[in-house]
Design a protein around this ligand. Structure first.
Ligand code: FAD
Ligand code: NAP
Length: 326
């Protein structure tokens, strides 16, 4: 049966941004509810080793980190609800949101932390080898390919930056692009072309990610030439797919302003959206850093922004009520 929930702080998304907002919100007495979405724990639940989240000397596992974050949020008083937000009325407070289950949420403040997803090529062999040599994040996984051969697929700023970043670890980096010119900014292209450890393969798409060994790991790629149709093979230890990201913002279309790629817009230096009382944090608004620690930091900012907003709104409402009673 559908239920109606009331809260001072509704958080959409249970990745590092949403759960950090929950920890701060709960400790500030906001009695937060987190609606978890299709991927409880967020993107880190689909990776293995995490080596760059502060506080852990040894490598930790992404799913474990997110379980701990959720347990911490619950421990300080957050309610977790497994559901997906599918509709909303943000024109007045409390905001009214509806979920797939039919549940309704009335929220004094709203924190949006729905994240983003890397775009993938969509090949079966790609999903089979994800985490086994195929990645979409060089900053996260590049370190695991020290002294090995790696390739990056894509021709935009992200692909070029990933290729340049990977030269910190590898002396054998190949950028594979489907056309004969890059979309990336000129200055990045110049750095790429001048780099002694980066080669570019033009007019090539990936036909198949090839695995081998026991347990199976990536060993190479079959490439198709987009001009001749010829198939060739390139051996590699790591492949980084860098063909863009897609923020999870479809549900907010028509409710909140976004940039041309669908990222939610916030006031610089804060998490405030254009609607007072609605805040956005993490990858859903950040196309530059896209890290667990930055998402967690923005989640903290959103909870502090929400708490301050509500305190001010309640103070103003109480003042108005007193004035009206006189
Ligand atoms: P996400 O983690 O994307 O979480 C979004 C949440 O929103 C999910 O819980 C989802 O279910 C929910 N949601 C979406 N839509 C709805 C809806 N309509 N209703 C309700 N809920 C919804 N970063 C690092 O710092 N170190 C690493 O080693 C690292 N490794 C990575 C490895 C991989 C394979 C990937 C994909 C990413 C990695 N990252 C790493 C990046 C990091 O995971 C992200 O930057 C971070 O998870 C972003 O956190 P977030 O909370 O903004 O969003
Ligand atoms: P992008 O600019 O959309 O580039 C995606 C690249 O992937 C393009 O080169 C595209 O090829 C290729 N591609 C897309 N689908 C493909 C497929 N199915 N198979 C093979 N190749 C495919 O994405 P992005 O590089 O992630 O950048 C996104 C936005 O963030 C851009 O606005 C970018 O400027 C910005 N950004 C800025 C910085 C910075 O300022 N330092 C850094 C990173 C990102 P085609 O070129 O043939 O279309």
């Amino acid at each position: 049966m559908a239920t109606t929930h009331h809260t001072r702080m509704l958080i959409i998304g249970s990745g590092p941004a949403g759960l950090s907002a929950a920890i701060y919100g709960a400790r500030a007495g906001m009695q937060p509810i987190v609606v978890q979405g299709l991927q409880p724990g967020g993107q880190l639940t689909i990776t293995t080793d995490v080596e760059n989240y502060p506080g852990f000397r040894d490598v930790i596992q992404g799913p474990w980190l997110m379980e701990e974050m959720q347990a911490q949020a619950e421990h300080v008083g957050t309610r977790m609800i497994w559901d997906i937000i599918s509709g909303m009325d943000l024109s007045q407070r409390p905001f009214r949101l509806t979920a797939d289950s039919g549940d309704e949420f009335f929220a004094e403040t709203l924190v949006i932390a729905t994240g983003a997803q890397a775009r993938w090529l969509g090949l079966e062999s790609e999903s089979a080898l994800q985490g086994k040599g195929v990645s979409a994040c060089a900053t996260c996984d590049g370190f695991f390919y020290r002294g090995k051969k790696v390739v990056v697929i894509g021709g935009g700023n992200t692909a070029v930056e990933e290729a340049l970043y990977l030269t910190n670890h590898s002396q054998d980096v190949t950028l594979i692009h489907r056309r004969d010119s890059l979309r990336a900014e000129r200055i990045l292209q110049e750095r790429l072309f001048e780099h002694p450890h980066i080669k570019v393969l033009w007019n090539k798409t990936v036909d198949r990610f090839v695995g081998g060994g026991e347990p199976e790991v990536l060993t190479g790629l079959d490439l198709r030439d987009t001009v001749t149709g010829d198939i060739s093979h390139i051996p590699t230890d790591g492949a980084f797919v860098a063909i863009g990201h897609k923020p999870a913002t479809e549900v907010f279309a028509g409710h909140l302003p976004m940039d041309s790629e669908g990222y939610l817009l916030v006031e610089q230096g804060s998490t405030r959206t254009s609607i007072p009382g609605v805040f956005a944090a993490g990858d859903v608004t950040d196309k530059v850093y896209r890290q667990a620690v930055t998402a967690a930091g923005m989640g903290c900012m959103a909870a502090l922004d929400a708490e301050r907003y509500l305190a001010e709104a309640e103070f103003t409402a109480a003042q108005a009520a007193r004035a009206a009673a006189q």
